[in-house]
Design a protein around this ligand. Structure first.
Ligand SMILES: [Zn+2]
Length: 122
């Protein structure tokens, strides 16, 4: 395992992680963002308009749910959402940006603001 840096929201009771930056053995850096199904639905218009490097983890194969929990009646942490008219089911390690680019850093901040900062204001 490599190095893992977690960030969580401050001043809230639940110390729920919202991002995780991992530097994995083969020197790949991954930025993992945590979104729940409800907030994905709420922010779908934002996602659909986002630049492709931001949109990619919502569309790619990474973390796709293969009905893995069906035998047990429940797939842990499954998210079902519709992006560009396409229904996607993900579970487990979803929304991973591999080797995030420094030039896109404001885009990563922006999507976090969209999902989390707005919610905090309410
Ligand atoms: Zn699953």
């Amino acid at each position: 395992m490599g190095k893992i840096i977690n960030y969580s929201k401050s001043k809230v009771k639940s110390k729920k992680n919202i991002t995780r930056i991992s530097i994995i053995e083969n020197n790949n850096i991954t930025l993992r963002l945590f979104f729940d199904e409800k907030s994905i639905d709420k922010n779908m218009r934002y996602i659909e308009k986002a630049p492709s490097h931001i949109k990619l983890p919502f569309l790619n194969e990474h973390g796709l749910c293969k009905n893995c929990g069906e035998e047990n009646g429940w797939c842990h942490n499954r998210k079902i959402y519709t992006v560009n008219g396409l229904q996607i089911k993900k579970c487990g390690y979803a929304f991973i940006f591999t080797n995030p680019k420094i030039k896109y850093v404001m885009d990563y901040v922006d999507i976090l603001m969209e999902f989390y900062a707005k919610k905090l204001k309410k």
